[in-house]
Design a protein around this ligand. Structure first.
Ligand SMILES: [Mg+2]
Length: 271
């Protein structure tokens, strides 16, 4: 059978799928997602959902995906929170971590056996900030106090804004900017595009970068990780990136499609 220009994608081992802006916007699943997942399964290509959005727990995502008709288990979901948990346990062992995050994120961290608190306490060894849509000034005040006193500053994800139905709301990167303005401290970020998540993903999927395809909609996270870490980069125009912003992006993106339905057509050779 004659090869088509997108056939190379059919021979990869692992697809990492971003969620917000790639497979859905809030509670609206994009057309073609279920067919795309079925197609990967048929071809024995493994797929994982890889999100920087630390506001939800693994269980929340499993439930959300189920409601949208996607039959995913916890093992298919990788959240920046997982990488942060891995990192803080390695760095601080049982040390107490002050968390600026949602109650879901706190639950997830406890489930991952991280010693966490949301109250000021003498034994705190580090501050971990997530995408906190339950943010209060009390949390900013307490985190500023700890950071000013030298606590290490870790954050789940660099994203400045999170897509919602009407546009965007502030995300973890924006919350960290507030803390940086107040304290002069800058965080170590864990999620896409940073090194920690790449190592985590390679170990979890048992694949090398050249066997991995990253499908996403955000240039400075999804596409920066894929292009800098030698994964195959697929950018979809269903979220944040536009043809104009892609033209200005300093790294070469392998494939750009309108949406996931078009990506599926391309892989089937029917585009
Ligand atoms: Mg996205």
């Amino acid at each position: 059978m004659e090869k088509h220009p997108f056939d190379i994608l059919n021979h990869k081992k692992v697809f990492l799928l971003d969620m917000d802006g790639t497979i859905y916007n809030e509670n609206r699943l994009f057309p073609g997602v279920l067919d795309f997942l079925a197609y990967l399964k048929e071809r024995h290509i493994k797929s994982f959902f890889l999100t920087n959005n630390s506001s939800k727990s693994t269980n929340d995502y499993v439930k959300k995906l189920k409601l949208l008709g996607i039959d995913a288990t916890a093992s298919h979901i990788i959240i920046s929170t997982h990488i942060a948990a891995h990192y803080v346990k390695r760095q601080f062992g049982e040390g107490l971590i002050y968390v600026v995050g949602t109650s879901s994120m706190v639950r997830e961290l406890r489930h991952l056996e991280v010693n966490v608190t949301t109250e000021i306490n003498d034994g705190i060894v580090a501050v971990l900030v997530g995408n906190d849509n339950e943010l209060t000034f009390k949390k900013l005040h307490e985190a500023s106090y700890l950071l000013t006193n030298g606590a290490p500053f870790i954050a789940t994800n660099i994203d400045r804004a999170c897509p919602v139905s009407f546009g965007y709301v502030p995300d973890c990167g924006a919350i960290c900017e507030m803390l940086t303005h107040a304290t002069g401290r800058k965080p170590t970020y864990m999620g896409k595009p940073h090194a920690e998540i790449v190592n985590y993903v390679k170990a979890k999927t048992n694949a090398e970068s050249r066997d991995i395809v990253m499908v996403g909609d955000r240039l400075y996270t999804d596409m920066l990780m894929a292009t800098k870490r030698n994964m195959t980069s697929v950018c979809l125009l269903s979220g944040e990136a536009t043809k104009e912003t892609i033209a200005k992006f300093p790294y070469k993106i392998d494939f750009v499609f309108d949406d996931i339905a078009t990506l599926l057509q391309a892989m089937r050779g029917t585009l």
